[in-house]
Ligand binder design. Structure first.
Ligand SMILES: CC[C@@H](C(=O)O)C(=O)SCCNC(=O)CCNC(=O)[C@H](O)C(C)(C)COP(=O)(O)OP(=O)(O)OC[C@H]1O[C@@H](n2cnc3c(N)ncnc32)[C@H](O)[C@@H]1OP(=O)(O)O
Ligand SMILES: [Co+2]
Length: 134
């Protein structure tokens, strides 16, 4: 079911400071910040040869990453995103196996303009998993 690793996401308290670390200290290619109000985050993508790193800063009230940053004030790895060919088929298969799909269970449009879903970290070895349709 799983395809490529699309991105690893890092939640950060200060996006400008995080961009400086990746762009200036690590010498990586970084995108412009992209507000994603439907997801409660602002995103910057770091493009690597084989995958991406997604830097996430909370946006607005009730951001889904707010509690994570309260527990990890310096930031930390927040989720891992895998590509799937058919996100609805993947969701239905995972639900049938007892995995919890977060939110209302319907795919939302993610930062790449493609459908995404999130799976509960307690069902996946303590790691929040995002699925993105390839
Ligand atoms: C930009 C769009 C998109 C893209 O295209 O890439 C994105 O990436 S959007 C990214 C932000 N959106 C989301 O993360 C949506 C899905 N996430 C959620 O709904 C919530 O974050 C959550 C997973 C339900 C957790 O919310 P929280 O408020 O922290 O809930 P709890 O406090 O009840 O936590 C329950 C339990 O799970 C542990 N936890 C929480 N977050 C993580 C995590 N990121 N990784 C690992 N474990 C996590 C938390 O510690 C609790 O554990 P216990 O204390 O042991 O109960
Ligand atoms: Co993501």
């Amino acid at each position: 079911m799983l395809g490529r690793l699309n991105h690893v996401a890092i939640a950060v308290p200060d996006l400008d400071a995080a961009v400086a670390v990746y762009r200036d200290t690590l010498g990586a290619r970084v995108s412009q910040p992209q507000a994603e109000p439907d997801h409660g985050v602002t995103v910057v993508f770091v493009t690597l040869d084989n995958t991406k790193v997604e830097l996430l800063e909370p946006l607005g009230e009730g951001s889904p990453i707010a509690a994570f940053l309260e527990r990890n004030p310096a930031g930390g790895i927040h989720h891992i995103c895998y590509e799937v060919d058919d996100i609805v088929a993947a969701r239905d298969r995972l639900k049938a196996e007892g995995a919890r799909v977060l939110g209302d269970g319907e795919p939302k449009t993610g930062a790449h303009g493609k459908p995404v879903l999130f799976l509960h970290p307690k069902d996946f070895l303590g790691t929040l998993v995002e699925l993105e349709e390839a």
